[in-house]
Ligand binder design. Structure first.
Ligand code: GTP
Ligand code: MG
Ligand code: ZN
Length: 335
């Protein structure tokens, strides 16, 4: 797809419109908060943010009850997964008054390269791919770098395996073998033939995980399968593009009966890295870890220096040609 270029003037205009919208939203939130304060607020209590709709947020208390809340000004961005302190108002509304320190914050590059916070306190990033739309190993590798550096444990999920046929079997098997060999867990699922869910559930137990991946790979369908009583809208795969329609619009946290928590996130068209150094890209290639710091020169750029441990790793097949190519490509593109 050709990149859409916009002029500086257009950028400024869009930024101005956004600024006005933000000011209006802030004013509305402030008014709502003052209204709630006037009605009187209950004691401060802990909770977790389930989803952020922009002007309001859904908060879950310790008894799994949900409350619609507004956030007090100047708390900064509050995202799905955040642990917060809030106060209940007379009805079932509330006000968020503080955000707990985060263990981690997953962000993605948004409009104009600005980082957008997505979810907080993540233990595992589940990279969801599918037989259709076809998996893109370079995208998987970029997600792996992001996960390794967060840090969170990455897991690769191959969905829609009911669609495996003679023309794609090789690709799917290669992906499974390659990532398993590196040491990543690869889970294969299908909502159609009901496969892989026991393994998935075991992996999700007592952890906070997030589903990330392209639109239409089946993230929401899997959550719907695990929690059939939850109402998750699932879009029909559009015939024309082979891509799913964007159904999920904000990240949402679901509590599983096994004690795990799972966040559904909106699908992406692409996923770029940000603020990335050559070192963090290297850090994202698990099979190269044993060779880090082993080069002859401590400031080795792993390009043309003699006795470079990273190049040696490649020459002795410690990393696959495809992964090495992606490592080089990422350095060029993002470092
Ligand atoms: N054949 C097959 N189709 C599936 C499977 N899982 C999901 N689908 C279909 O894939 C399409 C997209 O599913 P969604 O669950 O909306 O995908 P998503 O990843 O949540 O998409 P976004 O919310 O846009 O990110 C729907 O038409 C589903 O019916 C599967 O295991 N097999
Ligand atoms: Mg979805
Ligand atoms: Zn080197």
């Amino acid at each position: 797809m050709a990149k859409r270029r916009i002029s500086d003037q257009q950028k400024r205009r869009i930024e101005n419109i956004q600024q006005k919208r933000r000011e209006k939203a802030n004013k509305n939130t402030q008014e709502k908060e003052q209204q709630l304060e006037k009605q009187g607020l209950g004691a401060e209590q802990p909770g977790q943010v389930i989803t952020n709709f922009g002007q309001s947020l859904i908060v879950e208390n310790n008894n799994q009850q949900l409350f619609r809340c507004v956030a007090r000004q100047n708390l900064g961005a509050i995202v799905c997964g955040d642990y917060i302190i809030w106060q209940q108002s007379q009805n079932n509304d509330g006000v968020i008054v503080a955000v707990e320190t985060r263990k981690s914050l997953l962000q993605k590059p948004g409009f104009g390269g600005k980082l957008k916070p997505m979810a907080a306190n993540i233990d595992q990033i589940i990279i969801v791919t599918a037989v259709q739309p076809e998996p893109n190993p370079y995208l998987i590798d970029r997600y792996l770098v992001a996960a390794e550096n967060l840090p969170a444990t990455p897991i690769i999920l191959l969905n829609k395996i009911d669609l495996v046929n003679d023309s794609n079997r090789q690709l799917i098997n290669d992906i499974e073998t390659e990532y398993t060999n590196i040491g990543y867990q690869v889970i294969k699922t299908s909502n159609v033939i009901d496969q892989g869910f026991q393994q998935l559930l075991a992996t999700l137990e007592s952890k906070t995980s997030i589903f990330v991946g392209l639109s239409g790979v089946g993230k929401s369908s899997i959550i719907n399968h695990l929690l059939p009583e939850q109402d998750i809208r699932i879009g029909a795969l559009s015939e024309a593009s082979g891509e799913g329609t964007h159904t999920t619009t904000s990240s949402t946290l679901y509590s599983l009966p096994c004690g795990g928590k799972l966040i559904d996130s909106p699908g992406v068209r692409d996923f770029g890295l940000w603020d990335t150094s050559a070192d963090s890209i290297l850090n994202g290639f698990k099979e190269l870890q044993p060779f880090m710091g082993q080069c002859k020169f401590s400031n080795c750029s792993h390009e043309n220096e003699p006795d470079c441990a990273i190049k040696n790793a490649f020459n002795t097949n410690k990393i696959s040609a495809r992964r090495y190519r992606n490592y080089k490509k990422m350095l060029q593109e993002y470092a």
